[in-house]
Design a protein around this ligand. Sequence first.
Ligand SMILES: Nc1nc2c(ncn2[C@@H]2O[C@H](COP(=O)(O)OP(=O)(O)OP(=O)(O)O)[C@@H](O)[C@H]2O)c(=O)[nH]1
Ligand SMILES: [Mg+2]
Length: 225
Amino acid sequence: MDEVKIILLGDAGVGKTSLINCFIHEGDGLGSSGKRSGSGGGVRSSHYDPDVRVKEVKLSDSRSVKTYLHDSPRREHSFNSQSVAPNFYRNADVVILVYAVDENPTLEALQDCWVTEYASYQDVTSTSWIIVGNKNDLPLDIDQKNLDHLVQRLGGPSEVVTLFASAKTGKNVKEVFEIAAKKGHDRRKMKEGTLNLADRRAIKPKSGGAAAGGGSSRSGGGGCC
Ligand SMILES: Nc1nc2c(ncn2[C@@H]2O[C@H](COP(=O)(O)OP(=O)(O)OP(=O)(O)O)[C@@H](O)[C@H]2O)c(=O)[nH]1
Ligand SMILES: [Mg+2]
């Protein structure tokens, strides 16, 4: 089965973990208390990282994709380590940027902080982007210009999907991850196609030139904002 790496980025408290939990629990929102009872459920990855959940998603053509959902580690024990961030960002097929619709600064932070940090490790064109305004059950308090600028920076409206969702009510949560699975799957196939082409080129005689790919990774570390 094809596999897709999806990472979630955004400020503390915007609801990244809640969105993943809601999806794993099949649209069961947080409820009126804002808290979920029980163990948290879901399938944890057998990988080293406890913040990775795995869920199979059926695409519209009835094929299935295994999604690896990488929740950002909480900042206080995450990107201070120079070795964590590059691994976290590496080979992400999709990045889901999450802000809270009732807090415009969390939207501003996506551009000023999270995309900037991502771009210091990987080219922004190396992944697919989805922007999610979570907590859509609360009154909206965002500046549309911030959202428009962010979309432009990531390649424009034809490249970037923007959605509102609520991990509290479950609204649109399944849609967010299904779109991510589809976009990730398409990107994987595109990458494989590129690789095959590169392989074919490699066996032809050539007159020098640098190898393609590799992205713009950074060797140093450092925290976000
Ligand atoms: N009203 C409302 N509250 C939400 C929603 N999603 C999450 N919350 C609440 O927001 C708080 C933070 O949610 P988390 O899922 O822990 O946020 P996070 O982005 O994972 O935060 P960090 O792990 O600290 O980075 C919790 O109290 C949630 O109950 C939502 O859609 N609506
Ligand atoms: Mg969290």
